[in-house]
Every structure is written in structure tokens, then in C-alpha cells.
Design a protein around this ligand. Structure first.
Ligand code: SF4
Ligand code: FES
Length: 386
């Protein structure tokens, strides 16, 4: 597939580049939660720098013309935007599948009804834990009971519900309870995602990394529960990249299927690409989205395989995992062109091996937040922008 009607790649550029399917619209970085594994950047966009309603509507129009069919409205907490219903309605009116990625805080029955009436198709709700005390400690605020109430609201409206739980040393031992809770909440899908060590997660790796025993136990529980739930709630379990032999095909390849628009209008190939210093910044206020997608240096930096060096360049898996994650490569090696260090062939694999040795604790030393031990004390967390 190449550029669809109305968004053709300009002559001589973007040849052979497919149109994007999805857009992650980060409407705001404001968030009532302060999770220590937050995927938001360390430098957050302030409220006064956020795109206006009209600017977001123009972004949605351009994205649809470009080929986007799936719009994920995210943040921060997208419910912090008073114009959320208008944006949902606009995206839905364009024929997009509209998904809300939310903490659930602020998803009152009235708000949810309005969003459903405007065409919201799906809700992805984050949950920190099955245990309210620990969940609230991780979120940095009393959030758990709001999330339970938000799930009930979503189910009453009969909207498809995905529950997303980031797993780490502090909650992995309750994975069975987490699965039961998601089932009780009526989730259609449960995403159990072990922390990936980017951004705040990388900063807090020493406190988040699970033990081998926890991971082995989680694998057993998930396998048994997946069998029990067959035909019902779908369970997706994602291990941290550090424990694999090969990297994941991050974003299905740079600039291949989707893009992110930050609250200030910066267009990025993945939600955390702004950690890669030296990448030119492209904003929707300055240039049409189609030009950014097809022509910009940032989207073409790691597209395809031409940018690769060995061992990726000559590797049989280069069209399978695309050399792994550029953000991870940059954050661990300082070089975004490097082979993802989680790969067994990477000359930098020793960095991951050393982290596993230094930061993954022995089972005897695990601090259990549920037992009141201070795992989270002093841990840096995502900050709330003003
Ligand atoms: Fe993937 Fe590169 Fe590793 Fe091959 S060498 S498996 S392409 S990351
Ligand atoms: Fe940015 Fe993987 S998260 S390329």
C-alpha cells in the first residue's frame, strides 16, 4: 500500500512507504497518577503548550486523509481535556475506530455516557495492582477504587474493555489475583505487560526488576489461567525485552504503521522517540502530517533496513524484528543505530546481562510493598506538568 488518495507522497519521496494505520494522540501530559514506570517523557509538556481543540481537529482530519483508521486518545490522562468528547465525536465522524487510554480517574457515568454517545469504540483502563493499598502507593494517589468504579461504568455501557497492568517486582506475586480481578471487572482483554526499562522505568530499574522466581511463577500462572479462560477474557502476557534472546519488532518497524502526536504537536515514530537526542523535531503546526510521515528526516532515520550496520545488516531476522528498539538502543548505548542490546548477537548484550545481574534481586532480598516494606520510598516518579 502506498499513500491513499488525498495524501499522496510528494514526487520523488516516500516511494514504497506504506500509509500509517494508527495514531496515538497524546492529548495532554497532565495526569493525576505518578507511576514509577511511566512511559511519558522526563520533560513533560505544560498545559499552556498543549494543542488547542481546533488544532487537534485539524490533526485528526489530516491523519484520516493520510490513511489512519485507529485513533488512540491517550495522555497523561486524556479525561483532563474538557474537549475530549468533541475530539472523540470528530474522530468517530471521520470513520476512525476510537479508543480511550485512561487511568479511569474522572470517568464518571455522565462523562462515559457522553463519550459513548459521541462514538467511542473501546476503553483501555490501567490498573496498578489487585491490592488497593499497593496500587494506590504505586499510583501515588488514591486511585484504585476509582478504577474499579470506572470499569463498572464502561461495562454498563457495553463498551469493549481492555485492562492493562504493568508488572514489576511489587505486584508480580499477585498475578493470579490480578487476573481474577480483571475477570470480575468484565474485561474482554487483559494485557499483562512486564515493565520495559525506558524513561522512568529505566531510572527505577533497580526497584522494579523482578526475581527469576517471580517470573517463573508468573509464567506458570498465566499459562494455567489462559487455558481456563479459553473462549472468554483474552490474556496477553508480555515479558520484558531483557529476558528474551531477540528483541521485539518495536512499532513493527520505525515509521511503518503508526505515529504519535505529543500534546504540543510534535510528531514522533514512537511514543518515546524524543529520548533520542539529535532527532529533528517535526510539529503539526509547521508542516503537513503527510509530509512529515513520508519525507521527514525523523521518520526516515530508521525506516526499512538500509540504516543498519552489522550484525543486523547481514542477519536473517532483520525483516522480522527490524533490529529491535531504537529508543532502547539509544538509552543503553548512546547510539540509536546500534543493534538493540537485548539481542543475543549485539556486541552490547553485556549491558543487559550486567543489569540482570546487578538489578534483579535474589529472592531472599525482595521487598514486599504489601507487607509495608519501603520499596517505593524515594523512587522518582512521573511529574505532573502545570
Ligand atoms: Fe534482530 Fe539485529 Fe539481532 Fe539480527 S542482529 S536478531 S536483526 S537485532
Ligand atoms: Fe521507540 Fe522502540 S520505543 S523505537
Amino acid at each position: 500500500m502506498t499513500a491513499p488518495d488525498g495524501a499522496a507522497a510528494p514526487d520523488g519521496t516516500g516511494a514504497g512507504v506504506a500509509a500509517p494505520w494508527g495514531m496515538l494522540a497524546e492529548l495532554t501530559h497532565r495526569c493525576p497518577l505518578h507511576c514509577p514506570y511511566c512511559s511519558n517523557p522526563l520533560e513533560l509538556v505544560r498545559r499552556e503548550s498543549e494543542l488547542t481543540t481546533d488544532q487537534w481537529i485539524a490533526v485528526l482530519d489530516q491523519a484520516r486523509r493520510l490513511g489512519v483508521l485507529q485513533t488512540h486518545l491517550s495522555g497523561g490522562e486524556p479525561l483532563a481535556r474538557r474537549d475530549l468528547a468533541e475530539l472523540v465525536g470528530h474522530a468517530s465522524g471521520l470513520g476512525c475506530y476510537v479508543s480511550l487510554v485512561t487511568s479511569g480517574l474522572g470517568l464518571t457515568p455522565a462523562r462515559a455516557e457522553e463519550l459513548a454517545a459521541r462514538g467511542l469504540d473501546h476503553v483501555q483502563l490501567s490498573l496498578q495492582d489487585s491490592d488497593a493499598t499497593t496500587g494506590d502507593r504505586v499510583a501515588g494517589t488514591r486511585a484504585h477504587h476509582h478504577k474499579i468504579a470506572a470499569a463498572a461504568v464502561v461495562r454498563r455501557l457495553d463498551l469493549p474493555l481492555t485492562v492493562n497492568v504493568v508488572l514489576h517486582r511489587g505486584n508480580l506475586d499477585r498475578i493470579a489475583e490480578i487476573i481474577l480481578l480483571a475477570e470480575d471487572l468484565g474485561a474482554d482483554r487483559l494485557e499483562l505487560a512486564n515493565t520495559q526499562y525506558y524513561g522512568w522505568g529505566l531510572r527505577n530499574r533497580r526497584l522494579l526488576m523482578p526475581t527469576r522466581r517471580q517470573l517463573a511463577n508468573a509464567r506458570r500462572v498465566v499459562a494455567a489461567e489462559t487455558r481456563r479462560l479459553a473462549g472468554g477474557m483474552e490474556v496477553v502476557y508480555v515479558l520484558s525485552d531483557y529476558y528474551g534472546e531477540y528483541p521485539k519488532p518495536c512499532m513493527h518497524g520505525w515509521g511503518s504503521r503508526q505515529f504519535t502526536v505529543s500534546p504540543a504537536g510534535r510528531v514522533l515514530p514512537c511514543p518515546t522517540a524524543d529520548v533520542i537526542t539529535g532527532l529533528p523535531a517535526e510539529f503539526v503546526q509547521d508542516r503537513p502530517l503527510a509530509e512529515i510521515w513520508y519525507e521527514s528526516a525523523v521518520f526516515n532515520a530508521f525506516r526499512g533496513t538500509d540504516w543498519m550496520r552489522d550484525p543486523c545488516r547481514s542477519c536473517d531476522r532483520r525483516e522480522i524484528d527490524f533490529g529491535g528498539c531504537r529508543c532502547q538502543a539509544f538509552q543503553l548505548t548512546g547510539d540509536a543505530r546500534a543493534t538493540d542490546p537485548v539481542c543475543r548477537f549485539s556486541p552490547d548484550r553485556h549491558l543487559v546481562a550486567a543489569a540482570l545481574l546487578a538489578d534483579a534481586p535474589e529472592d531472599s532480598g525482595v521487598a514486599d510493598p504489601a507487607a509495608g516494606r519501603p520499596l517505593w520510598r524515594g523512587i522518582p516518579t512521573g511529574r505532573v506538568p502545570r
